[in-house]
Ligand binder design. Structure first.
Ligand SMILES: CC(C)(COP(=O)(O)OP(=O)(O)OC[C@H]1O[C@@H](n2cnc3c(N)ncnc32)[C@H](O)[C@@H]1OP(=O)(O)O)[C@@H](O)C(=O)NCCC(=O)NCCS
Length: 160
């Protein structure tokens, strides 16, 4: 695997996320979430040796990022966001494809997503994630339930 991974070759490249990217990451995070992560949360997640943190570059600037942590045998997509002006251009798709390429197509992946976030759910379903349950009132800001999604070649409740 090379450091630079080409996805939609005409527009998006993916590379490792660096601490020096954090100003742009925080700006996108604040535009994307009602309860954005703090800089300390990014630093903590990015410091985990088994995690995978990637940046997507489009038109020469950081357009999106993904933070993925490994717990036991499963990779947990902790945070993914794309700058509003770069959405629907394949940026998140490039990031998810790069995570799967690095961690392995046979690995197990999981995430939580708001039930109301139909765009993200459609994206994840396109990458083979399936809803397997709910976490009631998971989101503190509005008490919304989370959908738990898994992408696995086996059964997620076994061995993860
Ligand atoms: C969800 C998010 C990461 C998607 O990023 P993106 O770069 O726009 O996604 P892509 O362009 O790769 O989309 C791939 C496919 O996912 C689906 N999709 C993505 N966003 C969608 C939306 N808003 N509505 C419907 N389908 C959507 C579509 O099938 C899309 O393919 P298409 O554009 O050919 O129709 C982005 O909208 C975002 O940052 N949202 C705010 C943060 C967020 O909700 N993160 C997820 C938290 S769990």
């Amino acid at each position: 695997m090379t450091e630079l991974q080409q996805s939609r070759p005409e527009s998006v490249t993916v590379r490792a996320l660096n601490l020096s990217d954090l100003p742009q990451v925080l700006a996108i995070e604040r535009r994307s979430f009602a309860t954005p992560w703090s800089v300390a949360m990014f630093v903590l997640e990015m410091s985990k040796p088994s995690g995978i943190s990637l940046a997507a570059i489009r038109h020469g600037r950081l357009a999106g990022y993904v933070i993925c942590s490994r717990y036991d045998n499963a990779f947990h997509i902790m945070d993914i966001a794309v700058d509003p002006g770069d959405r629907r251009s394949g940026v998140a798709s490039a990031l998810l494809a790069a995570i799967i390429a690095r961690a392995g197509d046979d690995a197990s992946y999981t995430l939580e997503v708001r039930l109301s976030n139909s765009g993200a759910i459609a994206l994840y379903e396109r990458y083979g994630f399936r809803g397997v349950g709910r976490r009631p009132r998971y989101y503190a800001d509005n008490g919304e339930d989370a959908m738990i999604m898994w992408r696995t070649t086996g059964r997620p409740w076994e061995g993860a």
